[in-house]
Write a protein that binds this ligand. Structure first.
Ligand code: PLP
Length: 438
């Protein structure tokens, strides 16, 4: 698309961005194939608008935060009011921070004490730091397909090419080899692999970190027995079990996946849906572990952050929690999610397209492969037809529908989506898949 004076304004702004912002966007995976000049000018509920005057019904939802829908008016009002009243002081504590901590302790089984960060990556970073501080050990275990943020210990083996599965596959250069060597990568849902790793390295494993439902590759539903094995092996070895509930927390249940599966980790990391889009993360867990964090230099685990507990963010989180507790948000998104999964499955069957539609609650994903009916391992996903997966999502853009056109990415339903939005998604998906296969 030309970027001269007559070009649509999106193209001109995107061109300016590419001149001064590396890659033209401020986070990996925001540059959208098929929509390179995407400049967002406004959002509301289930929709967003672009500088070119286009409107999309959004099933991507910013990688997951706006469970209530974009720019929820009550959340926005609460954040603005706190901003106008306090701004940000960065000393002492505000009552909002205390109220939010009290609610997280009340709602999430593993959380006895909690600290706020600005992002999920900071929360997972601190979970691993305090695990090493508590145990004096070196190794952490993560699972193929799980993403825990951008920091070095976990920046490996998320979406790996088939030939990279089973060996270290960093997502960035510039990471010290000894840092990568201190992370063991195991296959998700493979209890035997976990038992073997603990038999060999248990004495040196500080932490196991896991997305209890790996949503960073769509949705791999956990075997209950796998999560129980993680609990048993970490307890036996004296290692710390960390559930990274940055996606599953609040979205699937107010108590997180841990309250659905009944397995209580030692530490839990949170983010995204807590504040419906305001920049927040949290780490909570056993009081004895959390008490190792101190704001004093020289304490067992140092913890700090200029913007931690920012009043506007805290107010957004409190307003979000109020709505999640008082309104039938989960009932609504679960009902629409079940409808999407059932009707997409029927649609692909009618079209004769081998596909597996899976997910949980508000999260759904269509993999284009013959099976299994419920994918459980990263290896299962290697059969997905990536060109159809990305191709139909690019075609969806022509129908004003947005599911992120990148391989294996999940989609989300919010409280703001309606049955009519789901009808449009089903019609658009049929047309988009037919167009790719034509
Ligand atoms: N953990 C999980 C499970 C995530 O999905 C993400 C982000 O997508 C993170 C951690 C990192 O969160 P943030 O992007 O807020 O740093």
């Amino acid at each position: 698309m030309s970027s001269g004076p007559d070009a649509p304004s999106g193209a001109r702004i995107a061109e300016r961005a590419r001149t001064v912002v590396p890659g033209g966007v401020n986070s990996g995976q925001r540059s959208i194939p098929g929509l390179t000049d995407l400049v967002v000018t406004g959002t509301g509920g289930a929709r967003f608008r672009t500088a070119d005057g286009r409107e999309f019904t959004d099933f991507h939802a910013a990688f997951g935060p706006p469970l209530l829908g974009h720019n929820d008016p009550e959340v926005a009002r609460a954040a603005a009011e706190a901003g106008a009243r306090i701004g940000h002081m960065g000393v002492g504590v505000t009552e909002g921070e205390v109220q939010l901590a009290e609610q997280l302790v009340e709602l999430i089984p593993s959380v006895e004490k909690v600290l706020l960060t600005s992002t999920g990556s900071e929360a997972t970073f601190h979970a691993l730091r305090v695990s090493r501080a508590a145990t004096g050990r070196r190794l952490v275990v993560k699972f193929q397909g799980c993403y825990h943020g951008w920091h070095d210990s976990v920046s490996l083996n998320v979406i790996s090419a088939p030939e990279k599965v089973g060996s270290h596959d960093p997502i960035s250069t510039g990471i010290l080899p000894e840092v990568l060597d201190a992370t063991l990568v195991l296959p998700f849902n493979d209890s035997e692999a976990v038992r073997r790793a603990f038999a060999e390295h248990g004495h040196d494993i500080a932490a196991v970190i896991v997305e209890p439902v790996p949503h960073n590759v769509g949705a791999l539903l956990p075997h209950q027995e796998f999560l129980t094995t993680l609990r048993e092996e970490t307890t036996r070895a004296g290692s710390v079990l960390v559930f990274d509930e940055v996606i599953t927390g609040f979205r699937h249940d107010l108590g997180g996946w841990q309250s659905i599966c009944g397995v209580t980790p030692d530490l839990t990391t949170l983010g995204k849906a807590i504040a419906n889009g305001a920049p927040v993360g949290a780490i909570g867990g056993r009081a004895d572990l959390m008490d190792l964090f101190s704001t004093r230099p020289g304490a067992p685990a140092f913890f700090a952050g200029t913007y931690n507990g920012h009043p506007s963010v805290v107010a957004a989180a409190l307003a979000t929690l109020r709505k999640l507790r008082e309104e039938p948000v989960h009932a609504h998104v679960y009902r629409l999610g079940n409808r999407v999964r059932a009707e997409l499955t029927a649609l692909y069957a009618r079209l004769g397209v081998p596909a597996v539609v899976t997910g949980h609650g508000s999260v759904f994903v269509s993999y284009f492969m013959p099976g299994p009916e419920t994918p459980r391992t990263y290896d299962d996903l290697l059969a997905n037809d990536a060109s159809l997966f990305v191709g139909y999502r690019r075609k969806l853009l022509d129908h004003g529908l947005f599911e992120l056109p990148l391989n294996l990415k999940r989609s989300h339903i919010s409280y703001a989506h309606t049955d009519a939005d789901v009808d449009r998604l089903l019609e658009g998906t049929e047309a988009a898949v037919k167009a790719v296969l034509a």
